[in-house]
Design a binder for this molecule. Structure first.
Ligand SMILES: [Cu+2]
Length: 110
């Protein structure tokens, strides 16, 4: 490997590591209060993680439909509990509460 190639590869690796660290530190927290998500529409880079926190004094349950159409139920989320969702796919994630159908949020990844 030439020195020049080594420098370029090192720089690219550094940017990837910095990006992962940035996403970890700046993980957005979306609250659930009075049966409403604190954000109804979120834009995130593909691969990022969001944290959903139950700020209510009632139980919620997160149902997620991923961009490929596959649904998953993250189960009961008690007051004060946090759940992390990693956005591996490109497209729109539809998030709602299985108990309170009016609670909806869409997360776009690009
Ligand atoms: Cu709910």
């Amino acid at each position: 490997m030439t020195f020049r190639k080594f420098v370029i590869l090192t720089a690219v690796g550094g940017i990837a590591i910095a990006g992962a660290a940035y996403a970890e530190v700046h993980k957005p927290i979306i609250g659930q209060k009075n049966k409403v998500f604190s954000l109804q529409e979120v834009n995130m880079p593909q691969g990022a993680t969001i944290r959903v926190e139950n700020d209510d004094n009632i139980v919620h349950t997160l149902l997620i439909t991923k961009p490929d159409g596959i649904r998953s139920d993250l189960g009961l989320q008690k007051p004060g509990e946090q759940l992390d969702i990693t956005l591996e796919q490109l497209g729109d994630y539809m998030v709602r509460c299985g108990i309170h159908p009016a609670m909806k949020m869409v997360v776009h990844t690009r």
